[in-house]
Design a protein around this ligand. Structure first.
Ligand code: 5CA
Length: 437
């Protein structure tokens, strides 16, 4: 992306409406703009981050055996009348009437629609288990939308749903998703801690929230630091082995982790003091087991091996895809701006041309830019060096390749690592090798 021709409306001033760092930085770095209260447009750089997060989610869902679908944002009210949630959901649900006076709603979650799809298509025990998911916009008419994409009204969610023949199968699917979530968040460069949670309007009796520690989080949390040190990507637990998944769940439950509501002083006191972590946390995902709540209400049954019908057991699994962009920034920034973890960064590097029009600088920058095949940000604006440095720090690309006339005369560039500010002077070739390694 050539900055001189890009739609990246950065701001020098701190927007007055933004109370927390991630919201301020997302506006200042030109990632998003609000179009109505709690409703945001994603601009080119912000959308790249959102897509990177979605790609990691998709890859890890596939490894765990979940299949992607895409359901509509608009749902018929009839399905929600069948489940009994149409009245129960209250003013958070955006209700709409079409030209034929039919009641529709903008989906805040999709248990009803997915159960309807399943009951119309799945007839035999042989077709289960199944895990289906989508990445789709949701709408919740939050009383107080705030903190930018962190609590929006329209937001992007990964919502997944499992169907199993019995309790043991449903718990296995639940554990499968739990392992999948630990891998997913670790790959994004954040540590989300699973904590036993209340089930709220989704219902059911087993639930975990996944929480990222950040000072501006909405809930107070307590956990054993062992949970953030484990390497879930290198672990040997196999998705195909129920015994492995049970052992994984057992391992997670061994270590203390609780939100304020579930906090237990006695158990907390038994955690080694050096391992106690407490602070505010942001919920980036939640998983639920709720048995036959929706399959029973919507009369979803399949023929069993002995001819008797079986009502499947279900669970649902959410990730706040758009909220994660804010949560990652909350966990990774400084006064100058964002520090993107490599895996989700909009670009691996920014190339800063400090003397646009200087033949050597221009040539070296073009060579560098070509090496990334468009997947870098080239600051080719006619701006002061200071403004370029400030914007590169603000936007937070993991690396900056700084090209000035003195170095360029000898084919040298300066390489700056955003994470710790470390700088070195080296040939463009060596700089590229370091970034692309
Ligand atoms: N049906 C289930 C799981 S598929 C469900 O709706 N779960 S949820 O209510 O917990 O939402 C899933 C995730 O969406 C949450 O963990 C949170 O990260 C994100 N989320 C919820 N509300 C908002 C909101 N108003 N703005 C941004 N993200 C949100």
């Amino acid at each position: 992306m050539r900055l001189s021709r890009s739609f990246v409306p950065t701001l020098k001033e701190t927007p007055a409406e933004a109370q927390i760092a991630s919201h301020r930085l997302m506006l200042r770095a030109g990632l998003i703009r609000q179009t109505a209260s709690g409703i945001y447009a994603w601009l080119p750089v912000g959308l790249r981050v959102l897509n990177n997060i979605a790609t990691i989610v998709r890859q890890e869902q596939a490894v765990a055996g979940a299949q992607e679908v895409l359901m509509p944002t608009l749902q018929t009210a009839d399905l929600w009348r069948e489940s009994g949630r149409y009245d129960a959901y209250g003013p958070e649900m955006l209700r709409i009437r079409d030209r034929h006076e039919r009641d529709l709603l903008y989906g805040p979650t999709n248990e009803e629609v997915i159960t309807d799809l399943a009951r119309n298509a799945i007839k035999s025990y042989r077709e289960l288990p199944q895990i289906l998911y989508q990445i789709q916009l949701k709408f919740r008419d939050e009383m107080r939308p705030r903190f930018g994409v962190m609590r929006g009204r329209e937001f992007l969610m990964k919502d997944g749903y499992s169907f199993d023949l019995d309790y043991a199968g449903a718990v296995n699917s639940y554990r499968r998703m739990m392992l999948c979530y630990m891998r997913t968040f670790q790959r994004m460069g954040v540590r989300a801690i699973p904590m036993v949670a209340d089930t709220g309007p989704i219902g059911g009796d087993l639930s975990h929230e996944f929480i990222v520690l950040a000072p501006t989080g909405e809930s107070q949390v307590y956990y054993d630091s062992t949970l953030e040190e484990m390497d879930y990507l290198k672990s040997d637990f196999s998705y195909e082995s129920p015994a492995d998944l049970a052992a994984f769940h057992e391992l997670i439950n061994t270590y203390y982790a609780a939100t304020e509501e579930k906090h237990d002083d006695t158990r907390w006191a038994s955690v080694e003091p050096a391992r106690r972590r407490e602070g505010r946390g942001i919920e980036v995902g939640q998983i639920f087991y709720f048995g036959r709540k929706y399959s029973e209400a919507l009369k979803f049954a399949v023929a069993g091996p002995d001819g008797k019908t079986i009502t499947p057991e279900m669970g649902s699994y959410g990730i706040g895809v758009s909220r994660l962009v804010g949560a990652i920034i909350e966990a990774s920034h400084d006064e100058a701006g964002i520090k993107w973890p490599k895996a989700v960064a909009p670009f691996p590097a920014a190339i800063l041309n400090l003397r646009v029009g200087d033949e050597r600088c221009d040539r070296l920058c073009e060579t560098a830019y070509a090496a990334f095949a468009g997947n870098a940000l080239l600051d080719d604006r006619d701006e002061r060096a200071g403004a370029k440095f400030a914007d590169a720090d603000l936007m937070g690309h993991p690396w900056q390749i700084i090209v000035g006339p003195r170095g360029a005369a000898n084919g040298m560039v300066e390489l700056k690592r955003r994470a710790d500010g470390a700088r070195s002077e080296l040939s463009l070739e060596n700089a590229l090798a370091q970034i692309l390694e």
